[in-house]
Design a protein around this ligand. Sequence first.
Ligand SMILES: Nc1nc2c(ncn2[C@@H]2O[C@H](COP(=O)(O)OP(=O)(O)OP(=O)(O)O)[C@@H](O)[C@H]2O)c(=O)[nH]1
Ligand SMILES: [Mg+2]
Length: 372
Amino acid sequence: MPKVCVIIPTYNEAGTIGELLDRLESLGLELQVVVVDDGSDDGTIEIVEEASRRYGNIILVERGVKLGLGSALRDGLRKGVELGAELLVTMDADLSHDPLELPKLVDEGTPHRIVLGSRYVEGGCIVGWGLYRRLVSWGANFLARLLTGVPSRDSTTGFRCYGAEVVKAVLPHVRGIGYEFQVEVLSVAQRMGFEIVEVPITFMDRRMGRSKLGFGEMWRFLRILLRIFFESGEMGRALKFIAVGLSGLLVNEAVIWLLTEVAGLYYLISGVISAEVSIVNNFIWNNYWTFSDRGGGGLLARFVRFNLARVFGMALGLLLLKLFTDLLGLHYLVSNVFAILIVFIFNYLLSFFWVWRRPLGDSRGIHIARRG
Ligand SMILES: Nc1nc2c(ncn2[C@@H]2O[C@H](COP(=O)(O)OP(=O)(O)OP(=O)(O)O)[C@@H](O)[C@H]2O)c(=O)[nH]1
Ligand SMILES: [Mg+2]
């Protein structure tokens, strides 16, 4: 059994932290536990101190003021590495993460890997969340996948098992101090070539205490995603997609001119052929350039999906043109500009999440990133 350290960030979690520590101890594993508290004033500290005396393997790091979840995790992970841990498990203090699932994460753990306890892979689930909370989490993960290129389904989960080598290499490059830390760590780790693996967990809504996820956190999360979008290759990907689209336009114009003027075809027939030629052009460039690191089915399947995506895009474009012009009363040229912009984003989303839906190397469903 590798040396495992469990890191628990706490901010006013008196209602649950005692039970969590008891349940961790009753696993019967040789664990080191580090609780990082940010000035709780509800009795959390006293409960942890008491458990620490009773069990002897619990360390309380008291920081005194609320410095943020990411910053607490960073201090906890550092402490765990200092203590010589080979694997470092992070989990929430509100009993959302079941200690009984800890061995499952640890079993997949290696020094060069991050194992995510995932709510969004097959077998994972969430118990007790309403629509709003589901939407927030779904939106956060959707944006994280799109903007950072980290392919994991659950990039915001707090139940994780970090290999010590990952922590040592990645932490110095992570700046986030709040919830955004979770995604930033994955992005940096992925760029450094570490493995990210997802195993399914059951997430239970907190039974007691108050949520620390407010609008301020969400706003900071979005800002960091945008920063990662610029710093990682994902903005480059979007720019490539635009360039390919423009090249398709040129190809389209050239072919329709050639077929009509040189071959003497009726221009509408030329138009159909040139449209398909430009789709083929765009597909080839996108497949071997824009999305060269992604796949999803065979080449033919991707090509068929790409064609369908184009048809959906055109249908959406016409619908929007009609809506903006007739319902909103915009001039049709103005409507068209808005429609084109929205269809462009729609096309990109379809390409990213549907046509080239999977990062290469995603074979078993739980190995979601493998590089280097
Ligand atoms: N030390 C420390 N811990 C924090 C801070 N913010 C959140 N936490 C802890 O991080 C864990 C996750 O916070 P939660 O409020 O449960 O966040 P959440 O699970 O996204 O939101 P809920 O679904 O409402 O529980 C809990 O153990 C919190 O006590 C902080 O600023 N400092
Ligand atoms: Mg929680």
